[in-house]
Design a protein around this ligand. Structure first.
Ligand SMILES: N[C@@H](CCC(=O)N[C@@H](CS)C(=O)NCC(=O)O)C(=O)O
Length: 223
């Protein structure tokens, strides 16, 4: 049986499937690249024409959407507690948070990172970065309301919805937006980061980067 392969850059959205693999206790092969791989590891374009991470390869299955991969991993061999099944009362809430984490909470931060930090100075757009930072903070109200009175986002248990939203909250350190977190969101994030699988995922990416000679882990290319 082929082992699952995850193509990854430290600190990027591919942390979601890495964390998911650790939560599920699955065997996997982690391939780490410098960011952005499209520019710094062009051979990767043969594996996926998008050049983005994550890329998950599981036999004939190839996936490039981090939230979809988390759900796939939790259900590929039959359901686990890390997904919410159709028929459970929070099925819709689970799917909504799973997608909210990427589509609503990560996309605006990608705009902030790009136009405040990654583009060369003459192409930066401070107004766009500021506006999408505000946009992100406004969308967090939904998370704040949910975690103010519940430990996890759906079904009274930790699920892939928490992995999806959790990565967006961790990314907010890189965008500087975590400084505006409410106390309830700060506590929720601390709960997420104290999970043993979260810590194992952090360790696994560091170890793999060192072993594979990927030295510059920066999300923001220096050249
Ligand atoms: N919606 C996709 C986005 C994937 C994506 O854009 N990944 C970024 C890293 S966070 C990337 O690989 N960027 C490199 C590039 O655009 O060349 C997901 O959730 O996985």
């Amino acid at each position: 049986v082929d082992v699952i392969t995850l193509h990854h850059c430290v600190g990027t959205r591919s942390f979601r499937p890495l964390w998911a693999l650790e939560e599920l206790g699955l065997d996997y092969d982690l391939r780490v690249m410098p960011f952005p791989p499209r520019v710094r590891q062009p051979a990767y374009l043969a594996a996926t024409p998008l050049g983005t991470v994550p890329l998950l390869v599981d036999g004939d299955t190839r996936m490039t959407e981090s939230a979809a991969i988390c759900h796939y991993l939790a259900t590929r061999a039959g359901g686990t507690e890390l997904a919410v099944a159709a028929g459970e009362p929070d099925y819709g809430a689970y799917l909504n948070w799973l997608h909210f984490g990427e589509a609503t909470l990560t996309f605006p931060q990608a705009i902030v990172l790009r136009y405040a930090r990654m583009e060369p100075p003459e192409r930066r757009l401070p107004q766009a970065a500021e506006d999408y930072g505000r946009w992100f903070s406004a969308r967090l109200r939904a998370v704040d309301a949910r975690v103010a009175c519940q430990t996890w986002l759906s079904a009274d248990r930790f699920t892939m919805a928490d992995v999806s939203v959790g990565y967006a909250l961790v990314l907010a350190d890189a965008t500087g937006l975590s400084a505006r977190f409410s106390p309830a969101i700060q506590e929720y994030r601390a709960r997420l980061e104290s999970r043993p699988a979260f810590r194992r995922a952090i360790e696994a990416e560091r170890r793999a980067a060192a072993e594979q000679g990927v030295e510059d882990l920066s999300l923001v290319p220096t050249a």
